[in-house]
Design a binder for this molecule. Sequence first.
Ligand code: ATP
Length: 480
Amino acid sequence: MIANDQHKFQAIISHAKEYGFVFQSSEIYDGLSAVYDYGPWGSELKKNLREAWWNEMTRMHDNIVGIDAAIFMHPTTWKASGHVDNFSDPMIDNKDSKKRYRVDHLIEGVADQLVQDGKTEEAEQLIASMEALLAANDFAGLNELVESRKMKCGVSGTCNWTDVRQFNLMFSTQIGSVAEESTEIYLRPETAQGIFVNFLNVQKTARLKIPFGIAQIGKAFRNEIVARQFIFRMREFEQMEMQFFIRPGTQKEWYEYWKAERMKWHTEMGIPAEDYRFHDHIKLAHYADAAVDIEYNFPIGWKEVEGIHSRTDFDLKSHQEFSGKKLQYFDNEINQNYVPYVIETSIGLDRMFLLTLCHAYQEEKWLKEDGSEDSRIVLKIPAKIAPIKLAILPLLKKEGLPEIAREIMKECRNEFYCFYEEKDTIGKRYRRMDALGTPFCITIDHQTKEDKMVTIRYRDTMKQERIPIEGLVAFVKSKM
Ligand code: ATP
């Protein structure tokens, strides 16, 4: 049984490694902190999640198109976007351990402990005080809060803190072939700016009329200070962002619209609504007039998966000023030129991946008919995003069964991801497929030769039944 949620989180991390979902980057060199690689089944699952979002945005909405902008951008982009001056977090260092913390994370950690000790009200008060201080940029107040509650460093165990200071999160590098010519550029900390600078290119070439959206999926980089909690907070990660361009003054209704649309998508991914909640931002980013997080109830607590931000005309206006190029739209319905307002939806692909694993991971135990105990670890990943859809398992390695299985494989592999396996007992093979989240297994046995039927086993219920080979492709597809 799962003893507690921390245990569950650790179990998920081990499972992800053992079954080829996620590995620490450069593991043979002891890894690189907060950087991860996706293995065979992880990359497949990630691809399916990416596709689910992309299809939802660009196929299910007539007025949203996609782009794929470069990671490197002109350095002025980040001046205009405010990242050079504002993309920093308030940090505090412990003088004894030299460990640096994001001050909000340090305080949240204390609040989490209070919740675990049953002091929920005190925890809420603490978070409320912190949010008020962050909103007012009151660093002295944050220092006082840390000191008055005698918050301790997890490494040194002391309360010997520096002052709270800002720390920029962008990675920089040099572009150019010789040192003298080189210019400092940044690895993009968000994909959104690639959309803003292409606003007119896309609007004109795709002949779009406001309201319309531009979607993009790509890598983003942040020099996160507190890099823990597995793939929840990475230094290199993937974002799926959509900027929706609207007429000024309509931002409230579109903000509500996208809040509802995005929550609908999450629940349609097979996650129960009660595991999600909205969390309004009190401290707004420099570009926003409203912002909300969609949070998921992870084993490590309620945490942000997606942000919905009403970004006003901040970005386009700023790029207009810095570039000297007009970034305006002529609205012939009202006969006016204006800089559009923007509602952004921004979700981390890696966080969505972690959420999927957390929801899917289950340790099950039951009593068998003879009274002994049996158990399994199963990933109940919805069929439409599961890495492998169908496992094709001949009961024996001989007597013509592999040949029939290969024949079925040939027919199915064009339609969806299938996996062929003939090693080990059938029981072991089923358990392995449970651990990889494969929703359906079929077994080919001697009877198959006579009746052209196979035994299908359902991952979630472990029930089995005979079905004709002929209808197999249609059956699996109907479940996707
Ligand atoms: P947080 O408060 O957790 O640092 P954020 O508010 O800075 O996140 P946004 O800038 O709104 O995050 O980014 C949008 C989304 O990108 C987040 O909701 C999250 O899913 C994802 N994301 C942001 N930072 C990271 C990271 N370091 N690792 C993985 N995903 C991230």
